[in-house]
Ligand binder design. Structure first.
Ligand SMILES: Cc1ncc(COP(=O)(O)O)c(C=O)c1O
Length: 413
């Protein structure tokens, strides 16, 4: 794809290191501690407050957060014989990898074509028909591109079938559904702070929950299953709850180096937390700038809405990007449109693909799901996104609109 080097570049994501990020990172360097410590704990506290959950556990990535909390749920609720997790076929692949790596089995139901998340109706239809209902343990919806799933309906289905709800809000930092932020309404929520997300830290993730047991277990699992993070526990009036593991040598007791579970090292670094904290201070501004961009592009591109499905606008959505779905691939196909945009310096990304039908790693599932996920298959083939980040300027937005006009006019002419 040839592109003039001097041409304007509209990236899918961007990060400008401002004075707040710089100050926080320098504080880490000066502190002498670069692995997780004060900044990480401060971020955990502030993220839990922002989302409206009691607890937060930071991890090294969103994928790590998923593996950690799934493993915690498995231990806590003894899910070995209930391996099935109902989830979205249209998502970033690591969600499905995490399910498999934590020893579960993904079961896909179709999505809503406009908000890209699993529809409660599809979940319920699936469960009604399932002959092995006792094999299901979790519903794991994904709030793709910032759009919340109908979490209240999903929760009531979960209650009916005795299932846990784990909401992947990696792409929905601060999106609100019926008064609650994504991630807060479920039994646990997961976030990724990968680049281009609304809060970006390079590589970092988090788990939020209101359940103390899920929080404690997740914290243990991300630290190789260690008993506790402190040397002498200050909780329980100075009596360490783990002294039961002690053989009487009180001076020698160090719960940081006693492990009663098999876990991972998914701890984060202070640098990531420092950058994320700086951005969290600007989150409301980030969300509203992205909303303004989506509104502007929707207005300007509405003349193409017969060919392109534009994203629904809502002031409750914290947009990850500007997603588009080609309604009439015969008029213009995704490959051609993406190529023309890229040629003009407008970066694009596919909307991940329908995992069981379009991702080679799961080709063994193709036969099972052929023809069963029409919405996810269509969006997986015809959906893509461009940037809608807070660093885009008015001239960038005008440029994007001109690029679409040029491409569409040329196609018609
Ligand atoms: C929906 C979703 N879940 C999970 C992840 C994984 O997060 P990470 O890349 O931080 O491991 C991502 C990454 O962007 C994502 O979009």
């Amino acid at each position: 794809m040839k592109r003039n080097k001097n041409m304007r570049r509209i990236s899918v994501g961007w990060l400008e290191i401002g004075p707040e990020e710089r100050k926080n990172v320098l504080e880490v360097l000066d502190s002498g501690r670069i692995t997780e410590g004060a900044k990480t704990y401060e971020f955990e506290k502030k993220w839990a407050d922002f989302i409206g959950a009691k607890y937060c556990v930071a991890t090294s990535s969103g994928t790590a957060a998923l593996i950690t909390v799934l493993t915690a749920l498995k231990y806590l609720y003894k899910l070995e014989n209930r391996p099935k997790i109902i989830t979205s076929p249209l998502t970033y692949i690591s969600v499905i990898h995490a399910i498999v790596l934590a020893g579960f089995e993904p079961v896909f139901v179709d999505i809503d074509p406009f908000t890209f998340g699993i529809s409660p109706e599809a979940v319920e239809r699936h469960l009604i028909k399932a002959k092995d209902k006792n094999k299901y343990s979790i519903i794991l919806p994904v709030d793709l591109m910032g759009f919340s799933v109908q979490i209240d309906k999903i929760k009531s289905i979960a209650k009916k079938y005795n299932l846990i709800v784990l909401d992947d809000a990696s792409e929905a930092h601060g999106s609100v559904y019926r008064g609650k932020k994504c991630g807060a309404a479920a039994d646990a929520g997961v976030f990724s702070f990968y680049i281009a997300h609304n809060i970006q830290a390079g590589e970092m993730g988090a788990i939020v929950t209101n359940h103390y047991d899920i929080y404690r277990l997740s914290k243990k699992i991300k630290t190789n299953g260690r008993l506790c993070e402190c040397r002498i526990c200050t909780r329980s009036k100075g009596i360490c709850p783990y002294l039961k593991y002690h053989d009487g040598k009180a001076d020698d007791f160090d719960p940081r180096f006693l492990h009663d579970l098999i876990g991972y090292n998914f701890k984060t670094m202070e640098f990531q937390a420092a950058i994320a904290l700086a951005q969290l201070g600007k989150i409301n501004d980030i969300i509203s700038k992205r909303q303004r961009i989506v509104k502007y592009l929707n207005e300007k591109l509405s003349k193409y809405s017969g060919i392109l499905q534009l994203p629904d606008y809502s002031s409750c959505v914290s947009y990850l990007a500007y997603p588009l779905v080609i309604r009439k691939p015969r008029v213009i196909c995704r490959k051609a449109l993406r190529m023309e945009l890229e040629k003009r310096g407008v970066e694009t990304r596919p909307l991940f693909g329908c995992v069981p039908l379009q991702q080679p790693a799961y080709s063994h599932l193709k036969k099972i799901y052929k023809g069963k996920l029409p919405n996810a298959e269509f969006v997986g083939e015809n959906g893509f996104y461009i940037g809608a980040h807070q660093y885009l300027k008015t001239e960038d937005l005008e440029y994007i609109v001109r690029a679409f006009e040029e491409i569409m006019e040329r196609k018609n002419g």
